[in-house]
Design a protein around this ligand. Structure first.
Ligand SMILES: [Zn+2]
Ligand SMILES: [Zn+2]
Length: 127
């Protein structure tokens, strides 16, 4: 196979063609295409820098090419999260964790929890 054929295989595969279709279109044995596609699918791309990552057979795919890319990626997503004031608060009633978009002053995940907490003699927590 030359590079043009390899490129065509990828294109046809992306179009949803089966190995059989590609085989008859390009006049390449099915087994050759099958092996090529299999190898293709063990390549992943770094979520951070876009570099291709070769995944060894039997290994789990990786999202990042290196630890520094993983670190950079998570740091950038964490930074963008901080811009929207999004707090994780634990409900005083059911201990469920929920997001409060307003402030940490919110103590209950729902109105129902607020009511039952107060009925249960949990004090005068005003929301
Ligand atoms: Zn990377
Ligand atoms: Zn609750």
């Amino acid at each position: 196979m030359n590079d043009i054929e390899k490129k065509r295989i990828v294109e046809l595969k992306a179009e949803g063609k089966s190995i059989r279709d590609i085989s008859s279109l390009l006049n390449i044995p099915r087994s050759t295409i099958g092996t090529y596609i299999k190898n293709l699918e063990t390549v992943s791309y770094c979520k951070c820098c876009g570099k291709s990552i070769a995944i060894k057979k039997g290994h789990r795919s990786r999202a990042f090419c290196s630890d520094s890319c993983r670190y950079k990626f998570w740091r950038s997503t964490n930074n963008s999260k901080n811009k929207t004031t999004n707090y994780v608060v634990e409900c005083l009633c059911c201990q469920k964790k929920f997001y409060s978009y307003r402030s940490l002053k919110r103590k209950f995940c729902s109105r129902a929890c607020y009511d039952s907490y107060r009925k249960g003699g949990g004090g005068d927590e005003a929301e």
